[in-house]
Write a protein that binds this ligand. Structure first.
Ligand code: SF4
Ligand code: SF4
Length: 162
């Protein structure tokens, strides 16, 4: 049934109808977008910003045990890069956004996303899962090893290792 329906509807149409729910509702507890350190480097380059400026403006650090993890900042619970229903950094959006609604490392889908009912439309998302897992593990390893807590810590880690 999924494949029949997905022959008659495109991913773009499904996302347009949905209105970018995945970019809203940020509460920094159950719903937020994690970024890898390489995501940060790519977004900073695209926006022509220094890493420190990018972090101060667009990233929030959430405590996670002995270190903190970087996530996208939200305003009024929507991602700062969202304009109406459009992602303004589409070509460098975080890998977590690229793979959504797939939940790596496997092929589990987030059922809150309407696209999850059309798994045959998710080839592009699947193609980023491996890169996401590699960058996610690299980020976890560097953050935990360096016990990164502050924006300055994060800048040091990025400049030393990437
Ligand atoms: S990925 Fe899912 S939640 Fe996000 S806009 Fe598309 S349909 Fe909506
Ligand atoms: S970076 Fe783009 S796709 Fe990701 S949550 Fe923000 S607006 Fe949505």
């Amino acid at each position: 049934m999924c494949s029949r329906r997905s022959n008659t509807v495109t991913k773009k149409e499904i996302c347009e109808r949905c209105g970018a729910k995945c970019c809203r509702g940020v509460d920094y507890k159950r719903w937020y977008v994690r970024v890898t350190l390489r995501d940060i480097v790519r977004i900073a380059a695209r926006l022509d910003l220094d890493i420190l400026d990018l972090l101060r403006k667009y990233i929030v650090l959430l405590p996670q045990g002995a270190y903190s993890i970087p996530v996208l900042r939200a305003v009024d619970s929507s991602c700062m890069f969202l304009r109406v229903t459009r992602c303004t950094i589409h070509e460098v959006k975080p890998l977590a956004c690229r793979v959504y609604p797939i939940i790596p490392p496997g092929d589990r889908l987030d059922l809150r996303c309407p696209l999850s009912r059309f798994p045959d439309l998710l080839d592009e998302e699947r193609s980023y899962v491996r890169q996401y897992v590699e960058e996610f593990l690299e980020t976890e390893s560097l953050l935990s090893r360096s016990k990164t807590r502050t924006v300055d810590d994060l800048v040091r880690v990025i400049k030393s290792y990437l």
